[in-house]
Design a protein around this ligand. Structure first.
Ligand code: ADP
Ligand code: MG
Length: 514
């Protein structure tokens, strides 16, 4: 069999050119000289476009831009010594820009007998495009170029596959979504990493679904068009300065973005960082959430979690507001429940809102609601009383539910339940506490028992109770409660317990002495 093989010879230059072709290289920029001229000629013969430049630095800049524009490394071909040194500027620029680039330099002769498999190119291509993209150098000894090899002895490595797409951790995605939804002045910063990732479609959807203002960096421009109504490019300084949550999509907090520090930013601005490079995360600032992964994939993950449960305050109040009669009394107490509720729930009549008031008192809500229901009953029958309570606030006077039922006042109690004061634990985190001998030493003071069925306090006395976890359940139970003018009801609305905090932040979860 061996005897039948062809004795056809091929030059090292042709092998190199074919190896580049096999790696899908389309363009070579360079300046030829000994020993790389043959490589350029061989490449042209294979249909690779060779662009001869006047200085290696410009050739290298050009090749790196090909990398940014196509996602496959552009090739820069130079001679050894000064050629390589001139090209260093382009290499450095590509590296700092995170753009893939393959620099091929010819060096002096080596005593090399056979060529064998040409492994360096696939490795170099992979290094340049996998992970954070960047520059790569392949050194080609002069004797490689002019060597004659038997065609049968050559084995080209397969074209290096596109980088695998990595997604961010789901818990981080959920947390990011929650931080964004709870932001008062969110801002999306779109960098050239987003452009390189071809994330335009998903980012545009994200901008529109979350109604996010966005700011492109110089080369992030055009990922979402500059004339999009959500683009705040014209008010760049203001946008940076007043944002309370900033999502970084492939943009680093370097000088271009004033390092993410005051006075250009709020001192307590929460950064959500999305990057493919782990080392970049947490650079300069301590981010609220880090999402390690490909921008296109991560933005899709964020889109998917938009509709995810549990609900947050805004989702709840949005659905409540939709159904509230304009003339109803709104009674409210709690921390976030009262604060956020006040901004979403509308009042159209004077003296129709009663809340924790000047003294900031918790426990007033049910008494106020009973009073309002009495007044409504006597002066304008049919008028409803909606009492919006945090789960902690409800606890202060919860037994007045018996009073409400005793007098059959058709009050609608909404308990916005996040398992705690300000915030509590989800069930899984809570269960961790049971591993400790003494819970009073480890349970955070703001935690209340998770998933408490406060609605059963209402059913215990003959009213209607609802336990709801989705917007649909909330809409339905509120509709039924409003329709029933004969009975009080309590809707226990489960929302996310932790809007801004990771369970890992609690020291005892990682403590070993149980
Ligand atoms: P700008 O100059 O536009 O602010 P930078 O060059 O500072 O952009 O940041 C680009 C960031 O994008 C880099 O940190 C890089 O690691 C990251 N990046 C590049 N490609 C991807 C990708 N596919 N997915 C996620 N991040 C990426
Ligand atoms: Mg940047």
């Amino acid at each position: 069999n061996f005897a039948e093989r062809s004795e056809e010879q091929m030059s090292g230059a042709q092998v190199i050119a074919q190896a580049l072709k096999t790696q899908d290289v389309e363009y070579i920029f360079g300046i030829v000289g000994i020993p790389v001229t043959e490589i350029a000629i061989a490449a042209q013969q294979l249909g690779i476009k060779y662009i001869g430049m006047r200085n290696e630095q410009a050739a290298c800049y050009a090749a790196s831009a090909i990398g940014y524009l196509t996602g496959r490394p552009g090739v820069c071909l130079v001679v050894s010594g000064p050629g390589l040194i001139h090209a260093l500027g382009g290499m450095a620029n590509a590296n700092v820009n995170c753009w893939p680039l393959l620099l091929i330099g010819g060096s002096s002769e080596r005593n090399q007998e056979t060529m064998g498999a040409f492994q360096e190119f696939p490795q170099a291509v992979r290094t340049s495009i996998y992970g954070r993209p960047g520059a790569c150098y392949v050194d080609i000894p002069a004797d490689f170029v002019n060597l004659q090899v038997n065609v049968n002895s050559i084995k080209y490595m397969e074209c290096c596959m596109s980088p695998p797409v990595s997604m961010a951790e789901t818990s981080a995605v959920r947390m990011a979504a929650s931080v964004i939804r709870n932001a008062k002045q969110p801002l999306l910063i779109i960098g050239k990493g987003a452009a390189y990732a071809h994330a335009e479609e998903n980012i545009k959807k994200l901008v529109e679904q979350y109604k996010l203002p966005f700011l492109p960096t110089p080369m992030g421009k055009g990922v979402v068009p500059d004339n999009h109504p959500n683009c705040v490019g014209a008010a760049r300084s203001r946008a940076l300065q007043f944002a309370d949550v900033i999502v970084l999509f492939g943009a680093r907090l370097n000088w271009i973005l004033h390092f993410g520090l005051p006075p250009r930013y709020q001192p307590d601005v929460k950064f959500i960082q999305v990057d493919i490079c782990a080392e970049e995360l947490g650079n300069n600032v301590k981010p609220a959430v880090t999402l390690l992964g490909d921008i296109s994939a991560v933005s899709k993950q964020e889109l998917a979690s938009k509709k995810s449960l549990p609900m947050n305050y805004y989702t709840v109040f949005y659905h409540v507001q939709e159904q509230l009669p304009r003339d109803c009394f709104v009674v409210s107490e709690g921390a976030n429940t009262m604060d956020i509720g006040r901004t979403v729930l509308q009042n159209y009549l004077p003296r129709h809102r009663l809340d924790a008031g000047t003294f900031g008192t918790m426990g007033v809500g049910l008494g106020f609601a009973i009073a309002a229901a009495m007044v409504a009953k006597d002066r304008s029958p049919g008028q409803r009383v909606i009492c919006v309570e945090g789960d902690s606030a409800f606890g202060f006077s919860g037994m007045e539910v018996e009073t409400i039922c005793r007098y059959n006042l058709p009050i609608i109690l909404l308990v916005v339940n996040n398992n705690g004061i300000y915030q509590g634990f989800d069930m899984n985190t809570w269960k961790e506490t049971s591993k400790f001998r003494d819970p009073t030493a480890v349970v955070p003071p703001m935690c209340l028992l998770p998933n408490s069925h406060y609605e059963q306090i209402m059913t215990a006395f003959g009213g209607k109770g609802y336990f709801v976890e989705t917007p649909e359940e909330l809409q339905k139970s509120l509709r039924q409660s409003l329709a029933d003018t004969t009975k009080p009801s309590l809707i226990n609305i489960m929302i996310e317990p932790q809007a801004t905090r990771k369970a890992q932040d609690f020291h005892w979860l990682t403590r070993s002495n149980m």
